[in-house]
Design a protein around this ligand. Structure first.
Ligand SMILES: Cc1cc2nc3c(=O)[nH]c(=O)nc-3n(C[C@H](O)[C@H](O)[C@H](O)COP(=O)(O)OP(=O)(O)OC[C@H]3O[C@@H](n4cnc5c(N)ncnc54)[C@H](O)[C@@H]3O)c2cc1C
Ligand code: HEM
Length: 410
């Protein structure tokens, strides 16, 4: 908890920090990578840096954490910390690196705010940083220990046992272990980080949701190639798509991720496009467990041809006694599969939703925001809705900056 000495200082300086936090985050990363170029090889995602999404997520998280400390001092923002800790653990972040981040972050704060950073202000923000850092370090220690790894042993080699072309743009990789080490179970909904050496020699990490239930031997994930349009094509997804085949090896982390299935109550999955992947993983787990729960699968796509994993998902729905599937295709209600099909974008008005369900959303941010609002409109409690973001979580960061006192003043 924040000390009595620091609280008024944080309250007084939060508006100016919040107003400048994106600039602070941008200079922080430039300085960090200048001092520690090794962090660009295998640890940080350079696509997120180029798009500035990681800078915004870091800025938003610090602003949210500080404003939560001031507003509700007895309760840490758990959802925020969980998401970050799982992502960090999937990248092998060490406690010692928090010192490095601290030094570079405070360099950037002084660089941006100059003389406004008096010794009193610096001490108060130092306290905020270490409260957040220790909360994360503590949680990451627990995550490593639960997976039986240390930060240095997070990475392990796997071999591509099967490559399945799902659609024109999506391919699944079924990975088999290459050693005798135990394959730890995943929680349904989790992802792995895959670390891929790029043609320029730099390793790039990306997260991919697991799409099949555990069998003690394999892990399966599915990748959609990112077409850049007027921007560069996605580098890792296209590399995996074009160059990785059966027999090749990939380096992967154990499964992490805080959006996991609660299989003690009815379940509703709502996804769009490649957002089907964590849903397919959770559904596969429910099918393997012969679940009797009411399960509703809602999925939106362009058309049947672009619906990745459709056969697996619909086969799983067919084996579950209380499951149903409803799909929406933007290009029209045409289907050859046993599924309730609609034309257009997802609309929940005509869908019967089970009572007291847990909801899981995954897809582009506007899709998830729209569905979440529609569910809340229908009386679903926000705490029953979980969502997975395929990138740094800017939704949360947005909520944060809106909530930060004084953010929109003047
Ligand atoms: C928890 C989680 C689970 C995920 N699960 C899945 C999954 O199951 N399946 C899946 O397919 N994906 C998943 N993802 C997304 C995945 O991790 C990658 O982000 C995705 O594959 C794109 O990576 P990339 O290297 O191909 O693209 P990147 O190279 O990282 O590019 C990403 C974007 O940045 C833009 N960009 C890159 N460089 C520049 C530049 N210099 N200037 C301007 N713009 C630039 C690109 O045009 C592109 O739009 C998941 C992500 C998370 C966080
Ligand atoms: C208190 C300190 C820290 C805070 C507040 C913080 C915050 C964050 C946030 C908000 C994210 C994005 C999570 C998401 O939504 O996916 C993130 C990801 C990440 N963090 Fe941290 N972090 C801290 C410390 C560290 C340290 C010490 C390291 C080690 C170098 C580190 C490395 C990373 C990396 C590599 C990612 C993934 C980046 C990406 O995928 O683009 N962080 N962190």
């Amino acid at each position: 908890m924040l000390s009595d000495r620091s609280r008024p200082v944080i309250e007084a300086t939060l508006p100016v920090v919040a107003d400048n936090i994106e600039e602070i985050a941008t200079r922080f990363y430039t300085h960090l990578f200048g001092e520690h170029p090794e962090l660009l090889d295998g640890t940080f995602n350079r696509g997120n840096q180029a798009e500035k999404t990681q800078q915004m997520a870091l800025a938003g998280s610090v602003a949210l954490f500080a404003s939560a400390l001031v507003k509700v001092p007895e309760q840490l923002p758990e959802h925020l910390l969980n998401r970050i800790a799982h992502k960090h653990a999937s990248l092998g972040i060490t406690p010692a690196q928090y010192e490095v981040v601290h030094d570079n972050l405070f360099w950037a704060i002084v660089d941006v705010l100059g003389d406004a950073v008096t010794p009193e202000v610096a001490a108060a923000w130092d306290e905020v940083y270490w409260l957040m850092a220790y909360a994360l370090i503590h949680q990451e220690r627990g995550l490593y220990s639960a997976r039986g790894v240390r930060p240095e042993t997070v990475w392990r080699e796997w071999e591509v046992a099967e490559r399945i072309q799902e659609t024109d743009d999506v391919v699944s990789f079924r990975m088999r272990r290459t050693d005798d080490r135990l394959v730890r179970t995943s929680l349904p909904g989790q992802y792995v980080t895959v670390q891929v050496p790029m043609p320029d020699g730099v390793r790039q990490p990306r997260q991919y949701s697991l799409t099949k239930a555990d069998d003690g031997e394999h892990r399966q994930f599915s990748v959609k190639r990112v077409r850049g349009g007027d921007k560069p094509d996605g580098e890792v997804s296209n590399f995996l798509f074009d160059h990785v085949h059966v027999g090749d090896r990939l380096t992967m982390s154990p499964p992490f991720g805080d959006v996991v299935l609660d299989d003690s109550r009815p379940v509703v999955f709502a996804s769009a496009g490649v957002g089907i992947t964590p849903m397919a993983g959770m559904l596969s787990h429910l099918a393997t467990a012969h679940s009797q729960l009411p399960i509703t699968v809602l999925h939106a796509d362009l058309d049947e041809g672009s619906f990745a994993l459709r056969q697996q998902v619909l086969d799983d729905v067919a084996t579950l006694p209380s499951a149903s599937a409803h799909v929406w295709y933007e290009h029209g209600a045409h289907s050859t599969l046993p599924v309730d099909v609609h034309g257009g974008i997802m609309n929940l008005d005509d869908v019967k939703l089970p009572h007291d369900a847990g909801y899981y959303l995954c897809g582009p941010l506007p899709f998830m925001q729209g569905i979440r609002s529609a569910l809340i409109e229908r009386g679903v409690s926000p705490r029953d809705i979980q969502y997975e973001v395929f990138g740094p979580d800017l939704w949360q960061a947005d909520l944060v900056t809106e909530e930060a006192p004084g953010r929109h003043a003047a």
